[in-house]
Design a protein around this ligand. Structure first.
Ligand code: SF4
Ligand code: SF4
Length: 328
């Protein structure tokens, strides 16, 4: 058992989320992809094994479980995928796995998924790739695997309309399809112009809420506020942004990131020198000012400053959400 003092010192989401970006090669070239600008790399499995061993130690010491989210680039292009799947399947400390995929295009995709069936929490599919692959949705439904279709909200009207047209078709034939909504978090100054205002977020997300018959999931603190999902939020163990206390991201070169959406922010940590307490301490230090600014806000207990990544590209520092609910 974790004693109270240690729990407070390293207080983390249960399970703790590790997002692994295993490579940056992809079958697509999505305009708003955050990983494609990183230098071409493939996460070395020997290095990754040592990183996993640290979490095995945390499990032995603190009973800390982990949830692993695997993505790329395109996950199926990762040459050591079978090794990771086998490791995650057997590891006692891994309580759940989610996969972020383009589609089930690869000949081994079903075999890979079946290898971890009892630990799969959900599979997220890219709406840009699923239009002519309804067979993937049927197969996943036949295995009772929860599926999210990801929609990205930006000012780009053509892109939004094309996503909506595909979603309309998909929800007709799959009425229980779950939609996962993200907003564009710019990773370059040029993308700032494509970021939705709060009003646009509300309008677009409302349309999706109706279209998806309410099968709408979202981790974004500001979008959640727009829909008054407070009741649901109260049952979550963590509110607001999850960096530090709730999650860590690894890039294909082995760099530790606060979040996949802040690729330019160097933490100075790598999978070799990573230490959970040190990492959480760093994240707390970096976000302390945001909490100080927001603490008096009536929405603070649910929003906690929103998504600090939204501000980073504007002036190379973390700050409260650019779409703050009170700055409409
Ligand atoms: S001031 Fe804005 S960003 Fe901060 S907690 Fe309130 S709504 Fe969220
Ligand atoms: S920085 Fe933003 S995108 Fe990243 S975990 Fe926090 S809320 Fe989510």
């Amino acid at each position: 058992m974790i004693d109270k003092q240690t729990k407070e010192a390293i207080y983390v989401g249960d399970p703790y989320l590790i997002q692994l970006n295993l490579l940056n090669s992809c079958i697509n070239n999505c305009e708003y992809c955050y990983i494609k600008s990183s230098s071409a790399q493939i996460l070395n499995p020997r290095r990754l094994k040592k990183f996993f061993q640290k979490f095995e130690e945390y499990h032995n010491r603190y009973n800390l479980k982990i949830s692993v989210s695997l993505t790329g680039g395109d996950l199926f292009l990762y040459p050591h995928l079978e090794w990771i799947i086998e490791y995650l399947r057997k590891a006692e400390n891994v309580s759940s796995i989610s996969l972020l995929l383009n589609s089930l295009w690869h000949k081994n995709s079903k075999k890979i998924i079946l290898g971890i069936l009892n630990k799969i929490e959900n599979i997220q599919l890219n709406i840009d790739n699923i239009e002519n692959r309804e067979c993937d949705l049927k197969w996943l439904a036949s295995k009772k695997i929860p599926v999210n279709i990801k929609i990205l909200l930006s000012k780009n009207t053509n892109y939004y309309n094309s996503q909506m047209n595909i979603l309309k078709k998909l929800t007709k034939s799959n009425p229980s399809l779950r939609v996962s909504v993200d907003r564009l978090i710019p990773t370059s100054k040029e993308q700032l112009k494509d970021m939705c205002s709060l009003k646009e977020l509300r309008e677009k997300a409302s349309e999706i809420l109706i279209l998806s018959n309410g099968n709408f999931v979202c981790d974004d603190p500001i979008i959640k506020l727009l829909f008054d999902q407070k009741e649901k939020l109260q049952t979550d163990s963590l509110h607001g942004c999850s960096i530090g206390k709730g999650s860590v991201t690894v890039y294909p070169d082995g760099a530790i990131k606060l979040c996949a959406r802040i690729p330019k922010f160097e933490t100075g940590l790598t999978i070799e020198n990573f230490d959970l307490k040190e990492y959480i301490h760093l994240a707390n230090k970096l976000t302390r000012k945001i909490h100080d600014k927001c603490r008096k806000c009536t929405e603070y207990q649910f929003c906690k400053g929103g998504c600090p990544a939204t501000f980073f590209v504007k002036s190379n520092r973390l700050d409260k959400d650019i779409n703050c609910y009170y700055e409409e």
